[in-house]
Design a protein around this ligand. Sequence first.
Ligand code: ATP
Ligand code: MG
Length: 331
Amino acid sequence: MSLIEQAAKRLEQLQKAGVEVPGAEKPAASHGPSTPDAAMRAVDERGGQGPAPARAAARPAPASAERSAARSKRTVIDLQRLSGSGFVTPDDATSQLASEYRLIKRPLLDNVAGRSAAPVAKANMIMVTSAMPGEGKTFTSINLAMSIALELDHTVLLVDADVTRPNVMASLGLPESKGLMDVLLNPKLDLSEVLLRTNVEKLTLLPAGSGDTRATELLASESMVNLVNEIATRYKDRIVIFDAPPLLATTESRVLAKHMGQVVVVVEADRTTQGTLTDALDTVKACPVVATVLNKASRSDVGGYGYGYGYGYGYGSGARSGSRKSKKVKG
Ligand SMILES: Nc1ncnc2c1ncn2[C@@H]1O[C@H](COP(=O)(O)OP(=O)(O)OP(=O)(O)O)[C@@H](O)[C@H]1O
Ligand SMILES: [Mg+2]
């Protein structure tokens, strides 16, 4: 490819990412897809596109994904410890939990592969959230990321976007290191310099990074939107999972949700009331796909199989809503 072709391609990528390039015409906005179904799945105990950002942050053009991979640091997850803590790992692909996560990820991956009833834009950008703190977002994000990374044809980037209560690294038994916040605070720092490749070949991590008193505002900032769009463009072949803050405690996740293709709302069994869940789901109704995952359900809750289908929500144009009744969610 000639330099001019490369520059034209780059320009197109930037415009797709919503970056305003002086002197360049903006492409016509494409509209969000209609919505496929989203199913609620249960995990047993242990066992629309938003509008383009108005202005680009002053960040240098990113390196290519290939160059990033070469530059990123590598870390080693203690998989035995992780398995002992009840997470999915490559060695226990046949466990009950692993098979539950196979069911949870399937509809998400179908949307990524375009196998759903309607195409889902940015389906590879998946945000995991919940109504309230402590419902199992980090547990779900890690298990989902691990489960997808164990597939032959998917690479995964797990982003700790819960910047005020980061817990991905600690849950994986890893020390905190530079990450999302650092990239947002320092435009000269390239994403590839803070990404961490792991001993799970297809799993890369983006830690939350240095604590900052402005963490909450940064997460809902234009720079964050630009970064999310940069990730979506630069790693469009990857599944990107964001462990995000709860929806009702703060507003950042709602802003973030507008830039995701799919949102997974974790619901803690026997704790989250139906009213709370309805309020939470209302905040992300603009997202093309919203799926719910029932977490910490006892086996009897899910018919003795360890998982079960509850209600599902699909929002957006042409959405079909499922029944809101479930014995696992208190009214
Ligand atoms: N299915 C599960 N079985 C057993 N323990 C679980 C399960 N899901 C989560 N936990 C445990 O519950 C606690 C809270 O989970 P987790 O940290 O994932 O929640 P969170 O929603 O990310 O919390 P926060 O809002 O603080 O970030 C953790 O100790 C976690 O190990
Ligand atoms: Mg968490």
